[in-house]
Ligand binder design. Structure first.
Ligand code: GRG
Length: 292
């Protein structure tokens, strides 16, 4: 199957799974489920679920059994975006081309919709793990990526350093955790669910770290070079929020090279895994060229 066809297949099974697992909009209290669905079905690229499903299949695992974990990953990612957009954090009005959750449903409901998505994700994974013992380790990888040793601590470091000059180590700490940890967890959880051995799981963790770094650098570049139409949000938001970025530290050209190197490293590691890395290599190349 062609890369783009397979990519669409992964996105479709994620979208169908999300629709199946999330309560419908007419379930009481309707406002909560409308707010959760508003952001989950706002046109996200679904790259984390794709990474997870493809990493599972690379080692001969059954992607259907990984769908609850892929959907949980997207729910956690969506909660983080809803909370990141709140006035207490980045205070953004637009995300994925439409008004942010709190602009439509109010701050209290946006906080609760995020809380709902986060806890529902873990309920879904826990229930699935009763049937699939590999799920427990996958869930632990995802919890680590999302929590105080991953995204949450990255976001905290970002918040406490706003309006401050930061050094390169702090910049890397923020992004390895805020962005990289969830990407790393997607590869790790997928490999675990696919039945990969420890050596391969570690290789996929390294792939995730490099793709996470490349992805964040791209995000900083796109914040300067993109448009509202391609990004679905106003550009130069980092400047508005007085943030130190890869572009502000290294400049556009060097940042571009750094992202390219990170993607290349990921590709080289993928060539050494014992599973079938064809799709994952294609995905790395595809992400390295992203414009949104
Ligand atoms: C609230 C604990 C907490 C954390 C928030 C995700 C996040 C941490 C902040 C978002 C800020 C940001 C733009 C980070 C850059 C990388 C990133 C996560 C981009 C958004 O991910 P995509 O491009 O988005 O996969 P889509 O919309 O396609 O899902």
């Amino acid at each position: 199957m062609e890369f783009l066809e397979k990519l669409k297949e992964y996105i479709d099974i994620t979208d169908k799974g999300l629709d199946r697992y999330l309560p419908k909009e007419d379930v009481y209290p309707e406002i909560l489920h409308k707010a959760m669905r508003y952001s989950v079905f706002a046109g996200g690229k679904r790259i984390r679920p794709v990474m997870l499903l493809a990493s599972c299949e690379a080692f001969g695992g059954n992607a259907d059994r990984a769908v609850p974990f892929a959907c949980a990953m997207e729910m956690i990612h969506t909660y983080s975006l809803i909370h990141d957009d709140l006035p207490a954090m980045d205070n953004d009005d637009y995300r994925r081309g439409r008004l942010t959750n709190h602009k439509v449903y109010g701050e209290a409901m946006a906080i609760l919709a995020g809380d709902g998505l986060l806890s529902w994700a873990f309920e879904l994974m826990a229930k699935e793990s009763v049937k699939n013992p590999l799920g427990i380790r996958a869930m632990a990888e995802i919890a680590e990526g999302a929590g105080i040793n991953g995204m949450v601590r990255g976001q905290v470091s970002d918040v406490i350093n706003e309006n401050k000059e930061i050094d390169e180590d702090t910049l890397k700490f923020i992004h390895n955790n805020k962005t990289g940890a969830m990407i790393k967890a997607s590869f790790a959880a997928g490999a675990v669910l696919g039945g990969a051995g420890e050596e391969d799981v570690n290789k996929l963790i390294a792939v995730g770290e490099n793709i996470g770094l490349g992805f964040q650098i791209q995000d900083d570049i796109l914040d300067v070079t993109g448009t509202f139409e391609t990004l679905g949000k106003p550009i130069n938001s980092d400047e508005k929020n007085h943030k130190t970025t890869f572009v502000s530290v290294y400049g556009l050209e060097r940042s571009g090279q750094m992202a390219e190197n990170a993607f290349k490293k990921a590709e080289n590691i993928l060539k050494e895994i014992s599973g079938n890395s064809d799709f994952l290599i294609g995905l790395t190349k595809y992400i390295s060229k992203r414009e949104c």
